[in-house]
Each structure stands twice: as structure tokens, then as C-alpha cells.
Design a protein around this ligand. Structure first.
Ligand SMILES: [Zn+2]
Ligand SMILES: [Zn+2]
Length: 385
């Protein structure tokens, strides 16, 4: 353990949600870490559709759940993280002790997600230790990455290889993990299997990269935007289908995919659009006995027709690509370092924190595959670098 970091509170800027679809940039006070907490100086934070959704959740909240930064101070129980260490933040924080964690399903840890009847909420960090306007404020997913400083538990932190810049590493923690993990951890296609991906934003492009890593045969991308399809091909899609927005009964999509697969349908079809009305379309793109995977976390009511589930089809909704941070982040970083996962090409644009509103509207309009907020002054706030 290096020298004990500063125990002063830190004042920084943060994006605070208003519960009505908006946010304000304002100052927060981040208290010194206690117990197993780690105070982070943010370096970069990815922007995800969930961030847009979070603006309407009960709040106020410090927004943001993808991020990378530097350790600035640690609580007394943290012995293995020196100040100045670059780290990735992980929003599905495993407790390591509940039945799900012990069964190898850290992504659905019962304590973190508040369903453990014995230890409700015990993985939540820093409650009462981040202050806004003099009162404690919660952070989105116990992270709150759209802020100069944040306070997280040790279990939310993974060290980053020094050859991966923070502004690339930060997107591993949600979109890339969800897409690549849903392919490699959950679907597990065999070499040569066929895959379709509906929606080619940040998660869809990560599904395509995962399918390429799995040596899938045909990788069919579907999107309503030609520019998104061009990116999909760049990332490894073998076929691109421009979706007609008027194809509301989905027959054109289904026919196009079947035409490419000898009339059968693909082995695996992923929905990565975030549009609830499309949630069950993958069932109609897969062959009999095929697997439909809904990775976008689409909300809202949607009608299902039971025969679409028939003929031994499976429909699964993996959370966060089955993320096991100890297993998955090191290998994602290895693939990123050797170019097997192309992080730089995923990032369409970087923004300053005060451009966050523009970044969110660029994401919603499809102008960006992935936007990243870069905290220019971050490194200067770490006294040990
Ligand atoms: Zn996300
Ligand atoms: Zn757990």
C-alpha cells in the first residue's frame, strides 16, 4: 500500500438528473472513502441509452454508469489499489457471497440488485457520502460517472492495462460487455453458425465483434440507417439489410434474413435496438431450435404471439452479457489491446461534460455509435500522477 491518500472532501461538477427527462450540471461534494470504498477522479465516461432513460427515474441522481478514471483515495479496507492507478468501473457490482455470485452469476448478484432477503442493499456504496446542495444524493447504479469525482466500492473497480487509454476503456463497462458477453458467455455460437443483429448502435456493434471473435459464419446486420450498416460491415458483418421503417409487420426483415440462410433463418438473432415493439422479432429471424437474444433492455408493453416461440426456439434476456468482471474485463482488454475488439472505431465523438446534452441527442438520433465524455482536467486532479 502506498501512502494514504488525502482525506479531504472533494468538490467537483456532476450531471444531476431532474426526474423529468433533463439534468443540471452542478457542484457536488464527494466525501472521503470509508471501509472498502474508493474515490475516483473520472477520466472518461461513455454515454448509453440507459443514461437517457435515467433522466426520468426518481431522483435526483448523479447520472452515468460507464466510466474509467484514476484511484484518488481509498478506504482503510482497500489494500491493493494505489492512488493513481487507472481503473474501469463496473455497474453490476458483485458481492461475491450471495447464492447467485457463488453460482458464477455475478451479473445478477442478489445483494447488488436488492433481492437478497437477508442482506438487502448491502452492495450499495457511498450512500450519504456524496452531497448535493447539502443533502446526500444517490448515484446511478452506485457509480455516477458524469462527475469529476465519484465514490464506489472496491468490487466495482477493475485495473486497466496501461496501453488502453481511459477514453477507450470506459466503454468496456456497459455496451461492449453487454454485446460481446451476450455472444460469448450466453449464446456461445459455434464456428460457422449464423447470427443476425437487429440494431447496430454501440451494443449491436459489440454483438457483431463478439460474433466475429466466435468465428460465426454469416453475420447479418439490420438497421434503418445506412451509416449504421456501414459501421456494421466495418466491424465484421458479412451482410447488411437496410430496414424499411414501414415494415411494421416485419415480413421484409424476415424474408431478407431467410433468403440469406437457405430459407431457414439464422442460428442466433439478437435484438439491440431498445425498441420494445421489436423485442420478439428475433424469434422470427431464427431457425427452428434457434435462439433469440434480447440484449437492449427494451421496456414497455409488447404483444407476443405464442407460435413465434414454438419449434424448440429459445428466448433469453441476458443482463450485461453475463458479466463476471474478473473473467471478462481482462480478456476484453486483451482483445482491445491487440485490435480484435476495435474500441477507437466505436467512439464516434468525444464531448466535454458541459456538452452532455448534445451528446445524448446525438446518440438518440443515431449520429454517434458511441459518444464519450472526456474529463480534460481529470489527470491534473490526481496528485500522484
Ligand atoms: Zn449502459
Ligand atoms: Zn452477490
Amino acid at each position: 500500500m502506498t501512502e494514504r491518500a488525502s482525506i479531504e472532501p472533494r468538490i467537483g461538477r456532476a450531471a444531476i438528473t431532474d426526474g423529468k427527462g433533463g439534468f443540471v450540471l452542478d457542484q457536488i461534494e464527494v466525501r472521503p472513502p470509508i471501509g472498502d470504498e474508493v474515490r475516483i477522479v473520472m477520466g472518461a465516461a461513455g454515454i448509453c441509452h440507459t443514461d437517457h432513460a435515467s433522466l426520468s427515474w426518481d431522483g435526483p441522481l448523479v447520472a452515468g454508469h460507464e466510466g474509467a478514471g484514476w484511484v484518488e483515495a481509498v478506504g482503510p479496507l482497500v489494500a491493493d489499489l494505489a492512488p493513481g492507478t487507472p481503473v474501469l468501473l463496473n455497474w453490476a457490482i458483485p458481492c461475491g457471497q450471495c447464492v447467485r455470485c457463488e453460482a458464477g452469476q455475478a451479473n445478477i448478484c442478489e445483494r447488488t440488485h436488492g433481492v437478497d432477503p437477508v442482506a438487502h442493499g448491502s452492495s450499495r456504496a457511498g450512500i450519504g457520502h456524496t452531497l448535493w446542495r447539502g443533502k446526500s444524493i444517490e448515484r446511478a447504479f452506485n457509480l455516477g460517472t458524469f462527475a469529476d469525482y465519484t465514490l464506489v466500492r472496491r468490487a466495482a473497480v477493475t485495473k486497466i492495462r496501461h496501453d488502453i487509454p481511459l477514453q477507450q476503456a470506459c466503454i468496456l463497462g456497459c455496451g461492449v460487455m453487454t454485446g460481446v458477453g451476450s455472444v460469448l458467455n450466453i449464446a456461445q455460437p459455434k464456428p460457422g453458425d449464423s447470427v443476425a443483429v437487429l440494431g447496430c448502435g454501440g451494443v449491436g456493434l459489440s454483438v457483431i465483434q463478439g460474433a466475429r471473435l466466435a468465428r460465426a459464419g454469416r453475420i447479418i446486420a439490420l438497421d434503418i440507417r445506412p451509416e449504421s450498416l456501414a459501421r456494421a460491415v466495418q466491424f465484421g458483418a458479412t451482410d447488411a439489410i437496410l430496414v424499411n421503417p414501414d415494415d411494421v409487420d416485419h415480413h421484409e426483415k424476415i424474408e431478407a434474413v431467410k433468403t440469406l440462410t437457405l430459407g431457414r433463418g439464422v442460428d442466433f438473432a439478437f435484438e439491440a435496438t431498445g425498441v420494445a415493439a421489436l423485442a420478439f422479432v428475433p424469434l422470427r429471424l431464427v431457425r427452428n431450435g434457434g435462439t433469440a437474444i434480447q440484449v437492449s433492455g427494451a421496456h414497455g408493453p409488447v404483444e407476443a404471439i405464442m407460435p413465434h416461440f414454438w419449434w424448440d426456439k429459445r428466448y433469453i434476456t441476458p443482463l450485461y452479457g453475463g458479466c463476471d468482471p474478473d473473467r471478462d474485463f481482462p480478456r476484453l482488454m486483451d482483445w482491445a489491446a491487440c485490435g480484435d475488439i476495435d474500441l477507437p472505431a466505436m467512439i464516434s465523438r468525444t464531448y466535454a461534460l458541459d456538452e452532455l446534452g448534445e451528446a445524448i441527442s446525438d446518440m438518440l438520433s443515431g449520429r454517434t455509435a458511441k459518444g464519450v465524455v472526456v474529463f480534460e482536467e481529470g489527470a491534473h486532479l490526481v496528485p500522484y500522477l
